[in-house]
Design a protein around this ligand. Structure first.
Ligand code: GRF
Length: 208
């Protein structure tokens, strides 16, 4: 049975699109069951609706960038109503709190545009450029209470060039995001991800 994924978004939704495309083409064993956004204007909502996927704006009811209280319950209830087995944060610009995390314990992933644990938080491509690192990248990790700090599932590395701008580096990282996020989801749906001592182990694939 394919994995039913609920995806939380706030903006343009290019990662969402890559997950939708790879589910539609059966490249990954996943069905995008529902897309939820804290931003009614998110282009991601349109992307989902265009493909016939249920997509809803749910009022975060908070001016701070966190999801708590009644709004958090509304997100949890909607995800449950759509029988999701996995929740993916894909450019969701709010910190998720304990209640949602524990409802989907080790069943919630995030993608972050840096090689964690380097450069947590926002504007991390600029932070990488400002620091002068030679390599940057993307990380898919399970969501824990530690923001951008949960167990790492997959990472991809890209070079940083001396003439890079924030935009050129972000584009190079984004291509890798679009590649590794669906792979991580597929590994989850095939039950290949095991967590021991806060580390993710990817089970042997036996040549599959
Ligand atoms: C991506 O860079 C992702 O890593 C970060 O937010 C951005 C979302 O982009 N968490 P998109 O909405 O998927 O295009």
């Amino acid at each position: 049975m394919s994995c039913r994924v609920g995806i939380l978004v706030s903006g343009r939704g290019s990662n969402l699109q890559s997950i939708i495309d790879k589910s539609e083409s059966s490249e990954i064993d996943t069905e995008v069951a529902v897309v939820l956004s804290d931003n009614p204007e998110a282009y991601a909502l349109q992307r989902a609706k265009k493909t016939g996927i249920k997509a809803y704006y749910i009022d975060p009811e908070n001016s701070k960038p966190i999801l708590t209280g009644k709004a958090e319950d509304n997100y949890i209830n909607t995800l449950k109503e759509h029988n999701v087995n996995l929740v993916c944060l894909a450019g969701f610009m709010r910190i998720v709190k304990e209640k949602l995390i524990s409802e989907f314990k080790w069943k919630m992933m995030n993608i972050h545009p840096s090689l964690l644990p380097s450069f947590k938080g926002l504007n991390v491509q600029k932070k990488a450029l400002d620091y002068g690192v030679r390599f940057a990248g993307a990380t898919v990790h399970f969501v824990s209470g530690d923001v951008d700090g949960g167990p790492i599932i997959l990472q991809a590395v890209v070079p940083v060039y001396q003439d890079d701008t924030e935009e050129s580096l972000s584009d190079r990282i984004l291509k890798e995001e679009h590649r590794i996020y669906p792979v991580a989801i597929d590994l989850f749906s095939r039950n290949k991800l095991k967590i021991r001592n806060n580390k993710v182990f990817i089970e042997e694939t036996n040549g599959e």
